[in-house]
Design a binder for this molecule. Structure first.
Ligand code: BES
Ligand code: MN
Ligand code: ZN
Length: 495
């Protein structure tokens, strides 16, 4: 595990494999860059003058062996306007810095990037983002390779800065570390393929968490328990699979037994083949990521417990596979949900809402302050928003605003779509109280309209993370989103 700590003293004499310093737009040097420039008799300003780096946010230029200074390398980092950049710009810049330093295989490094002015953010926030960025860059998923990579990873990072007491920076580092721990768990679970990451594996992981953190209480419901509760909708999805479904709950009560909790509900489809309405073969492997909502819930509960936050949070994760067995649901089947409402299953590939609806009904027992569900729910959301924003739909405007603001602040944005009554018509059914699909138009909204029918008794928001949960292509893998957004939301509520 990477160690991150504070370092004081003059940048010129710091011994390290690499020191990262900022260059502002208009080729202006930051104070640390100026100090290095002076000791190196103008080496940095000569390079900058030649135009190898301009100071645009996110540019990076690695300089080996700069004469006259102790550091073995200098990483020049474009940092935009001297007056300040946005939090989003700063975070994306840190991602590039962390990647450059990590990919170079260096053992240690110093960041002097706390000097960059970031609008509306302090040193603590900057240290937190830096800590998350470097730990994320160090993330590897090679446990299923017979010979894991031996490439050395950055083991030590120092933050250099003008934080006099170091208190803000240290607090930010600790916060970032706890968030990164949760993020790593989320990514590990999401990247783990369906033959390893079964509903049972998710349940065992939650139980282990509760063993590690006594502040977490874990409950796992099995098929028989769900039957007793009347979760006919969730069970109808599970019938198509040989893996037994699980309904996982993790409770954390850091604010005493009476404060109403935030309830997080995460879709845990450990593989989504589409069921009888089977999906096309292309990229079907990516449907192992269809449990990312559940993975986010587990990761967040870990971070919350690690930080011992003064707040109540309950995580709920319905987990199942969606496969086309002989016992699987067929198009046209009608099932009865825990709420008593009946559902005509027109498409077995719209399974996420079928498991979430019962989990939403179940969540009412925690007398929630708010319920937020997280789900890789609709391909339509990718069409609407691409991979930059998660879709957000809610029955409570202040909650929606709060989530949007949290995402904006931390660079893990969501974008709200309407939940108007007019859309409800699309999921009317001649045979049941509702259908599980609403046609081609506004697919993300009609999916949320379906869920809204089960979330009438509390303030509720839904995050559709189909476009943000993972990246495809060569760098295929879980992004851990929207863990940062939700951690920011929770931390803000802690005051
Ligand atoms: N898990 C998928 C949604 C999905 C698809 C996420 C692609 C990320 C990438 C979900 O269960 C699903 O299959 N949704 C259907 C709904 C449709 C049948 C109304 C979809 O989006 O095609
Ligand atoms: Mn599906
Ligand atoms: Zn799905």
């Amino acid at each position: 595990m990477m160690e991150i700590s504070l370092k004081q003293g003059s940048v010129r004499s710091l011994k390290t494999a690499c020191i990262a310093v900022a260059v502002f737009a208009g080729k202006r040097l930051s104070p640390s860059a100026q100090a290095l420039d002076k000791t190196s008799h103008g080496a940095l300003s000569r390079i900058i003058k030649r135009g190898d780096i301009n100071g645009t946010v996110g540019e990076v230029l690695m300089l080996p062996d700069v004469a006259g200074i102790e550091a073995e390398r200098v990483l020049l980092v474009g940092a935009g306007k001297v007056e300040g950049i946005t939090g989003t710009e700063y975070s994306s810049m840190l991602g590039k810095v962390a990647k450059a330093i990590t990919d170079a295989g260096l053992k240690n490094a110093i960041s002097a990037l706390g000097e960059i002015e970031v609008k509306e953010h302090d040193l603590k926030w900057k240290a937190r983002q830096l800590s998350v960025a470097f730990r994320s860059a160090a993330y590897r998923f090679d446990r299923l390779k017979s010979k894991p990579s031996r490439k050395p990873l950055l083991s030590r990072l120092w933050l250099h800065g003008d934080d006099e007491t170091g208190a803000g920076t240290m607090a930010g580092i600790q916060l970032g570390k706890a968030i990164a721990l949760g993020l790593d768990l989320t990514k590990n679970l999401a990247n783990l393929p369906g033959n390893y990451c079964t509903p049972t594996h998710l349940a065992e992981t939650a139980e282990e968490l509760a063993k590690t953190y006594p502040s977490l209480k874990c409950t796992v419901l099995n098929e028989a328990d769900m039957q007793k509760l009347g979760m006919g909708s969730l069970l109808s999805v599970a019938r198509g699979s040989r893996q037994p479904p699980k309904l996982i709950t993790l409770e954390y009560r850091g604010a005493g037994p009476t404060a109403k909790p935030i309830v997080l509900v995460g879709k845990g489809v450990t593989f989504d083949s589409g069921g009888i309405s089977i999906k096309p073969a292309a990229a079907m492997d990516e449907m192992k990521f269809d449990m990312t909502g559940a993975a986010c819930v587990l990761g967040i509960m870990k971070s919350v417990a690690e930080l011992e936050l003064p707040i109540n949070v309950v995580g709920v994760a319905p987990a199942t596979e969606n496969l086309p067995d002989g016992a699987a649901s067929k198009p046209g089947d009608v099932v009865t949900s825990m709420s008593g409402q009946t559902i005509e299953i027109l498409n077995t590939d719209a399974e996420g809402r079928l498991i979430l609806c019962d989990a939403l009904t179940y969540s009412a027992r925690f007398e929630p302050d708010v319920v937020i569900d997280i789900a890789t729910l609709t391909g339509a959301c990718i069409v609407a928003l691409g991979s930059h924003a998660s879709g957000l739909l809610s029955n409570h405007d202040p909650l929606a605003e709060e989530l949007l603001a949290a995402g904006q602040r931390i660079g893990d944005r969501a974008w709200r779509l309407p939940l108007w009554d007019e859309y409800q018509k699309q999921i009317e059914s001649p045979f049941a109280d509702m259908a599980n699909v609403g046609g081609r138009e506004a697919g993300t909204i009609t999916a949320a309209c379906f869920l809204a029918r089960f979330a009438k008794d509390y303030r509720w928001a839904h995050l559709d993370i189909a476009g943000t949960a993972w990246t495809g292509g060569k760098a295929k893998g879980s992004t851990g989103r929207p863990v940062p957004l939700l951690m920011e939301f929770i931390l803000n509520r802690c005051g």
